[in-house]
Design a protein around this ligand. Structure first.
Ligand code: ATP
Length: 525
């Protein structure tokens, strides 16, 4: 059952002590029904004994007003519920709090990238994206690498500043999970039907303690003029427990992947080589560099993502992945090439080949499933990397863990694999609490280069130093065998086509908080 969620409790623009409650709509229970969530605003009695001051209860408003708030609505993501959530919930809350924002609904597949590319680093932004992980990835990859805007120094910028240093832009990102897989949401807050409301409640920063008494949550309190003595106690308790703290933004985890010259991003729903991008890329001498926020894959996973994006399957929601699986598992999943994973300093000599690369199971030159990821779940319940902790609180509660990069592989040479039966069994195991990682035929390896140890900090001051943006060490080098034809790769849901015999794909280790040279990125978890 989906529950009502208090998004905000405190003073609003009118000076009233209010409560904004997210009321789930039928669309969240019956997927295609044209109803969505709504908002309830209730004026609460202000406790006489402990009057609210603007400083104690308007930090959320101050936080929102001090940034340029940009909302991007990725209209075709998931089941198209984002507009209803924006119009019925977010827009009214922001209006009630007196917070200005710009609203950008996507007009086409380039709107997100165009919007990101137009940002200038001279301001701090809060960017709220209604969409899935691909939308976030497109935004990150399109940020301008150099705004040309220079300043002497700036608090919170990289430690080694010089008088001519480019001012770093700061962007706090909120991904409201209205996509299909919603990997980051599933991996950080657990996904589920309440994930949208949970994300917004964290943003608006009024998570109410479990100890708040039910009396406060009824409209009876709101309707009553002067509260009774016992109601007053409830209100005071709620006021204390609802006192806002800053939302938790952690440095955005990313990792870079370099594709050889000639590689190109295929237009959504097509992977054929006869488009303009293919022609332009084929003549470009440059490598294609992308930043990933979730997953980079080759072989079966990339094929599933590419095929599931065909227009006839998108309407199926998460079921489109099952459909694509049926198609691909009906044919041999043999992908030939060399995979060199650079070992962690902690790798034992027995885990490495004579050339220093980590040993792979089965025939090391043919593969069915190859994937690098920063998240634990690529969709809710599909626990691809059980050792990954995305934004989870540290054991001692002092900070947040930084997800490390993990590599997953299933070799082509599997025992008992007639008609891909064993492969199909293995790729379903993540649904069983990540049981695949203990299977002897599955390689599951942490591959963050050891030079990139994080400091484990919790957000504001913490990001990897970016004085040398090429400082992220190489985690893996993958070279498809020549003569096998163009290869499809997946970067956070986008498909990259790598021409035959184009050269190696290079995967770098995880970075936290840095994507491009000028931007410090944080994400709400
Ligand atoms: N109006 C539009 N026309 C065409 N493409 C659009 C439009 N709006 C958004 N898109 C594109 O649709 C894609 C949506 O991907 P997104 O990841 O947000 O959703 P999803 O694929 O449903 O979710 P997930 O990645 O969580 O599985 C993005 O590539 C985005 O640029």
């Amino acid at each position: 059952m989906t529950e009502e969620t208090v998004l905000y409790r405190g003073l609003d623009q009118a000076g009233d002590y209010v409560e904004y409650v997210y009321v789930p709509g039928a669309a969240e229970k019956v997927e295609k029904e044209a109803q969505g969530p709504t908002l309830r605003r209730t004026v609460l009695p202000v406790p006489q004994q402990k009057p609210l001051t603007s400083t104690s209860s308007s930090r959320t408003i101050e936080f929102l007003q001090s940034r340029r708030v940009l909302i991007i609505n990725s209209l075709t993501s998931g089941l198209n519920q984002s507009t209803r959530v924006y119009e019925r919930v977010v827009q009214p809350v922001l209006a009630g709090l007196g917070v200005n924002h710009e609203y950008v609904p996507t007009r086409n597949a380039h709107t997100i990238a165009d919007t990101a590319a137009a940002l200038a680093a001279e301001r701090d932004y809060l960017v709220i994206i209604f969409g899935g992980d691909t939308s976030l990835s497109e935004f990150v990859n399109a940020l301008p690498p150099d705004s040309g805007n220079r300043s002497n120094n700036r608090s919170g910028s990289s430690s080694s500043s010089s008088s001519n240093r480019v001012r770093r832009g700061r962007i706090e990102l909120v991904l409201v999970p209205t996509g299909t897989g919603n990997a980051i949401s599933a991996s950080s807050i657990g996904g589920g039907k309440n994930a949208i409301a949970k994300t917004l409640a964290t943003l608006f920063n009024s998570a109410v303690s479990e100890t708040t008494t039910p009396a406060l949550q009824t409209s009876a309190v709101a309707e009553a003029g002067k509260p009774t003595a016992s109601q007053n106690e409830d209100v005071i308790l709620a006021t204390v427990t609802a006192t806002p703290a800053e939302p938790t933004f952690v440095p955005l985890p990313t990792f870079r992947v370099d594709f050889p010259p000639g590689s190109y991003v295929a237009a959504a729903g097509t992977t054929n080589a006869a488009d303009a991008a293919a022609v332009a890329a084929a003549t470009s001498p440059h490598r294609l560099e992308l930043y990933s926020v979730v997953v980079v894959s080759w072989a079966l996973h990339a094929a599933l993502v590419a095929d599931s994006d065909l227009p006839e399957y998108r309407a199926l929601g998460v079921a489109r992945f099952r459909k694509a699986a049926e198609i691909n598992l009906a044919r041999a999943q043999r992908y030939a090439g060399k995979i060199a994973l650079l070992p962690l300093s902690s790798a034992k000599s027995g885990q490495c080949t004579s050339s220093g690369s980590i040993k792979l199971s089965g025939d090391a030159s043919t593969h069915s499933y190859v994937l690098f990821t920063l998240v634990s779940q690529v969709e809710q319940g599909y626990l691809i990397s059980p050792s990954t902790h995305y934004g989870a609180a540290d054991d001692d509660g002092s900070g947040t863990k930084r997800p490390s990069l993990h590599f997953l592989r299933i070799p082509f040479t599997l025992p008992n694999n007639a008609n891909n039966a064993e492969l199909a069994r293995l790729v379903i195991l993540p649904y069983q609490a990540g049981a695949h990682v203990t299977d002897p035929n599955v390689d599951y390896i942490a591959v963050n280069p050891s030079s990139l140890g994080g400091t484990g900090d919790s957000g504001d001051a913490g990001h990897d130093d970016d004085d040398d943006n090429n400082g992220d060490g190489v985690a893996g080098v993958i070279t498809a065998a020549s003569g096998e034809g163009p290869q499809r790769w997946c970067v956070d849901g986008q498909i990259v086509v790598v021409p035959d015999a184009a050269g190696p794909v290079i995967v770098h280790g995880a970075r936290h908080g840095i994507a491009t040279a000028n931007w410090d990125l944080y994400i709400l978890v």
